[in-house]
Write a protein that binds this ligand. Structure first.
Ligand SMILES: NC(=O)c1ccc[n+]([C@@H]2O[C@H](COP(=O)([O-])OP(=O)(O)OC[C@H]3O[C@@H](n4cnc5c(N)ncnc54)[C@H](OP(=O)(O)O)[C@@H]3O)[C@@H](O)[C@H]2O)c1
Length: 273
């Protein structure tokens, strides 16, 4: 698995396994174990996914050493509102059965709270219990506020990003400021229409790949980390097999024309959770 170097020197695999909407049950553990067996070394979870314990169980059962795996988890909104940030972080560590995470993210920019939350994340980072800290669902104006009032530049901004929402301005802003963009719902949460796009299918035929692989390669060539979710071994394998072909600049531009500024999730300026 190829890795990107974050702004503090920490290495992060370009592709991780997203584990949202997977419950804490046998199937989840099995899917994560499968992913680790076939080469995944990066798992994206969150306190809100209620499966940090399943992640820990899968890692234990896989036999892959903890230090080989890049684990991201996230601070949930209610914990920002209550101010119990350190407690929430410690709870995640306990559930993940580890004494550090590789990346700790603020899950959503809770208005009037996120600057304070970031300052607490900075203390966590300095304590060595998070190798990197970052944000999620931050628009440019949220990042501008953060950069004006805090010390550490986020290592990552994890945002909704797929061909129907290519986020080019946000990606440019992040890259210009040393913040690594990371795509959540890279397949628009599995929208069938996206996989049926004629352009993606033409490129898939040309490169003997699948539309999913074309999308993930488009992300990679745009310098974006991705965390596709799958519970199927064949798809998990497919989703990391993107490092042996290259799209042309013209093809990247063509995929960019599929943009509709269409979200599958909430707008970070108008979320109600
Ligand atoms: N920070 C945030 O606010 C936030 C929000 C949402 C998600 N996330 C993160 O992003 C991750 C991914 O997003 P997501 O789970 O919403 O959606 P996604 O990765 O865009 O799509 C997942 C869907 O695509 C299907 N799929 C996966 N690989 C495929 C392939 N090769 N071919 C065809 N279908 C395929 C999956 O089906 P099967 O599982 O049946 O294979 C599933 O239905 C999450 O798991 C989570 O870690 C973060």
């Amino acid at each position: 698995m190829e890795k990107v170097i974050l702004n503090n020197g920490v290495e992060m695999p370009w592709i991780g396994m997203g584990v949202f909407r997977m419950d804490n049950n046998e199937e989840t553990v099995e899917a994560i174990e499968t992913a680790l067996r076939i080469g995944y070394r990066h798992i994206d979870t969150a306190a809100y996914y209620f499966n940090e314990e399943a992640v820990a169980q899968a890692i234990r059962q896989s036999g892959v050493p903890r230090e080989e795996i890049f684990i991201t988890t996230k601070l949930w909104n209610d914990d920002q509102r209550s101010g119990k940030i350190l407690e929430a972080f410690e709870c995640s560590l306990q559930k993940l059965d580890t004494d550090y995470v590789d990346l700790y993210l603020i899950h959503w920019p809770v208005a009037d709270r996120f600057v304070h939350s970031w300052q607490v994340l900075e203390t966590i980072y300095k304590s060595g219990r998070a190798r990197a800290i970052g944000v999620s669902n931050f628009k440019q104006h949220h990042l501008e506020t953060l950069l004006k009032s805090t010390e550490i530049i986020p290592a990552v901004n994890q945002i909704e990003l797929h061909p129907y929402l290519n986020q080019q301005d946000e990606v440019n802003y992040c890259l210009q400021h040393g913040i690594r963009p990371e795509a959540w719902s890279p397949f628009a949460a599995g929208k069938p229409e996206l996989f049926q796009e004629p352009l993606l299918n033409e490129l898939a035929a040309k490169y003997r790949k699948t539309p999913a692989q074309i999308i993930l390669r488009w992300d990679y060539q745009r310098k974006i980390v991705t965390i596709p979710k799958s519970s199927h071994a064949n798809r998990l394998a497919e989703n990391i097999d993107i490092f042996n072909f290259e799209l042309t600049g013209e093809e990247i531009d063509l995929i960019n024309t599929l943009n509709r500024n269409e979200r599958v999730g909430s707008d970070p300026d108008h979320f109600n959770f």
